[in-house]
Design a protein around this ligand. Structure first.
Ligand code: GLP
Length: 241
């Protein structure tokens, strides 16, 4: 595990941007996989600016970690987030854009379809955010480390976080997610986890100070040979050392 300690959210966004842009510059055919939410919003802005200034994304494949079950129309959908923050703002589009289909009704066949996409395009980089309970994707505490992609029931704390972030009514707030499982997350050549702010401090403390266990989903990343953890001062504020 490589830990990159940054000052604050802006520095975390800069660092993420640097890693993803360098990856694309070194390998224009890169397969990049993103996540959505509060953590990557600053990075997404910088990334779009840099691509529009001439970094070639037209040969890249762009994927996503997870997606809410329901409809793409939902303001919280990963589809909306990605198009509003990134794809609609790019002058040139990636060669392939894919993600779980929020509208899919047949969960098993949608999972199979996306797993085939992931096998066809091995990821060079997988970005992850950290849940306040240390979840990654929608792999909530207690999820087996053996799990492949599945539809997860979100914990109440995750549902509340989604509701607050997108300012949704209770009935519009999604409660289930398609998510890569630990298997697909670990298959990426490089996994980057980012955490900023005091709300993540307890999860960061558990991840760094406790053993690998299913109660701390992100702890499993410590088994990945190319795991980069970008964390800011507030998120480190509960660490003993
Ligand atoms: C959500 C999503 C994750 C996201 C994480 C952190 O529940 N399922 O994909 O990375 O929690 O979200 P945020 O960055 O908004 O704190």
């Amino acid at each position: 595990m490589k830990i990159i300690k940054v000052k604050d959210y802006n520095e975390m966004s800069d660092k993420l941007n640097e890693l993803f842009v360098t990856q694309l510059q070194n390998k224009p055919t890169s397969v990049l996989s993103f996540t959505t939410g509060g953590t990557p919003a600053g990075f997404a802005k910088l990334f779009v600016e840099e691509i529009n200034q001439g970094v070639d994304i037209s040969q890249a494949v762009c994927l996503n970690l997870d997606e809410y079950v329901g409809t793409k129309e939902n303001p919280a959908s990963v589809y909306n987030w990605m198009y509003n923050h990134v794809y609609n703002k790019l002058n040139a589009k990636p060669k392939i854009i894919d993600m779980f289909d929020a509208d899919a009704k047949d969960f098993a066949s949608e999972i199979k379809r996306y797993q085939t996409v992931l096998e066809t395009y091995p990821r060079d980089m997988q970005l992850l955010g950290l849940g306040t309970n240390a979840h990654i994707g929608a792999n909530e505490p207690g999820t087996s480390f053996e799990t492949g992609a599945f539809v997860a029931d979100c914990f109440q704390s995750t549902i509340d976080a989604t509701q607050n972030l997108f300012n949704l009514s209770m009935e519009d707030t999604p409660i289930q997610m398609f998510t890569m499982g630990f298997k697909e997350i670990m298959d990426a050549k490089c996994v980057i986890l980012a955490a900023s702010g005091k709300s993540k401090a307890n999860a960061v403390k558990r991840l760094l100070e406790e053993d690998i266990k299913e109660d701390i989903p992100a702890s499993y990343l410590k088994n990945h040979e190319n795991f980069i953890f970008i964390v800011d001062e507030d998120a480190c504020s509960l660490l003993s050392d």
